[in-house]
Design a protein around this ligand. Sequence first.
Ligand code: KIV
Length: 267
Amino acid sequence: MEKKVTTATLMEMKQKGEKITMLTAYDYPISYITEKAGIEVVLIGDSLGNVVLGYDNTLPVTVNDIIYHTKAVVRGNKKSLIVADMPFLSYKISKEEAVRNAGRMIQEGGASAVKVEGGAEISDIISSIIKADIPVMGHLGLTPQAINQFGSYKTRGVDKKEAQKIISDAKELEKLGVFAIVLEKIPLELAKKITASISIPTIGIGAGPFCDGQVLVTYDMLGLFSKFLPKFVKKYADLDKEITNAFLAFSQEVKNGKFPDKDKHSF
Ligand code: KIV
């Protein structure tokens, strides 16, 4: 990745049929590695509630949590497009509050864009954020902040009525000027249809191979969060095992006097 990725880069990639990669990051070292690996978009997802802070869902995550982690991610990566997730209640109370909180993500956190969950019901809010010159990424399908409405994390858009609503929401978001849409846990044929019917990129997570790009929660794909692994996650590493082995080796060597070595690690 030579140049800094912008929202325009993603649009060009869709036009050329080049797949977009997106991962979550919450800290400096992982962010640094996403840049080295040429990942185009890095999201400070509110999934940090689950995988970093140990909550049962994303609802307790605050604007200050996201800003704190965004600052670290921005310090580690100068090339990817950095997107800060707007947490639960930070953008649905009023347009003013939404713009103020989105503005904090940019001004204090250093992000270049924000992500919000929802469709036509928050059109006016999305519009206000974009009018404040803050690029917005959408998120449709399974929207984890609505867990108490949905009652479960099951696949969305399976029945015709809900599928139709997701299609019309995607078109509405495109009309509002959203620069890309995350499609989470919807049937692959529905994601394919949406991807073909809008000009902005779709980024899938559990939405099949026909989206313009793919996103995963980094701690899931690295095997660092083993409490629960959704079917749509592919584990590319087993860091839980690696780290456990490292800690066991350290513990054993301290206890048997092998570490620290009196020459190599001492003064
Ligand atoms: O919070 C998050 O990590 C997300 C991704 C799953 C897209 O919203």
